[in-house]
Design a binder for this molecule. Structure first.
Ligand code: GLU
Length: 277
């Protein structure tokens, strides 16, 4: 069985990097008589727009992709995300955090901390709120919740095996290399890490095909799968499409938007050629 997905956020136009990712996943599914799903990662409602979502459907259809409908929207799944948070909360693995970004930067760069360490989510959280408030009793409804990574890893008895080149991740290292990541955001209910893991599991995704920029986040996702008793799919992190200066493409880079090429008369095959497929 082969089920993969492309999960864009409707926060801007899809560019050549998205085209590559979606086409690659779609081609791989077709070659294995599998299923290609489209999922709309619209958790961050403050940045998502219906017109960008409509453009995603239009661009992907134009590229020749098809997928089963209706598609899953993260914005419909908050109860599911809260249910999983509650499981982690009841295991004593979450705690509320009231630090601002500036607080975290200041605490992480205090002289006794040495050079601030960076993990998949930026500066590693220095742990200020970890023991500040009790993580027992009812789960707070409207709070930032962090995963206590040291406690979480103490529950994982075997290494995380998922890397493409056969390397393994030792849970013991994660408190130092990843830290206490955010699993619930105040404005969105859940964080990307939690929602993506639950969505992939609930959709039966067997193969996650996505950009190299998300490779470091995968150790967080596999940790959550272990804690929540979910299967770990196979992960393939593909090369990134870069501009002529070597920078990876961004949503605001309209010049490389699929829509821009379409308007200029490009064909889907030309887009395939441009991304090296
Ligand atoms: N929505 C994420 C993004 O646009 C992708 C999530 C994933 O593939 O895991 O970067």
């Amino acid at each position: 069985m082969f089920i993969t997905r492309f999960a864009p956020s409707p926060t801007g136009p899809l560019h050549l990097g998205h085209a590559y990712s979606a086409l690659l996943a779609h081609d791989m599914a077709r070659a294995r008589a599998g299923t290609f799903l489209l999922r709309i990662d619209d958790l961050d409602q403050s940045r998502c727009r219906p017109e960008w979502e409509a453009q995603i459907f239009d661009d992907l259809g134009w590229l020749g992709l098809n997928w089963p409908r209706p598609v899953m929207h993260q914005s419909d799944r908050l109860p599911r995300y809260r249910e999983a948070l509650k499981v982690l909360w009841d295991h004593g693995l979450l705690y509320p955090c009231s630090c601002s970004r500036a607080d975290i930067r200041a605490a992480a760069s205090a002289p006794q901390e040495g050079v601030p360490l960076h993990g998949p989510d930026g500066v590693i959280y220095p742990g200020t709120c970890r023991h500040a408030s009790p993580s027992t009793g009812p789960m707070p409804g409207d709070a930032v919740l962090r995963l206590d990574m040291a406690r979480a890893c103490a529950m994982l008895t075997s290494p995380l095996v998922y890397k493409e080149k056969g390397e393994i991740v030792t849970p013991h290292d994660l408190p130092r290399t990843v830290g206490d990541v955010v699993l619930a955001r105040r404005d969105m209910g859940a964080s990307y890490h939690l929602s993506v893991v639950l969505d992939d599991a609930d959709q039966g995704v067997t193969h996650v095909i996505r950009g190299q920029d998300l490779a470091e986040a995968t150790q967080i996702h596999v940790t959550l799968q272990r804690l929540l008793d979910l299967p770990t799919p196979a992960y393939h992190h593909h090369r990134l499409i870069r501009d002529e200066t070597g920078k990876r493409l961004a949503k605001r880079d309209d010049a490389r938007a699929i829509a821009t090429y379409r308007n200029a008369g490009a064909t889907p095959q030309e887009i395939r050629n441009m991304v090296g497929l």
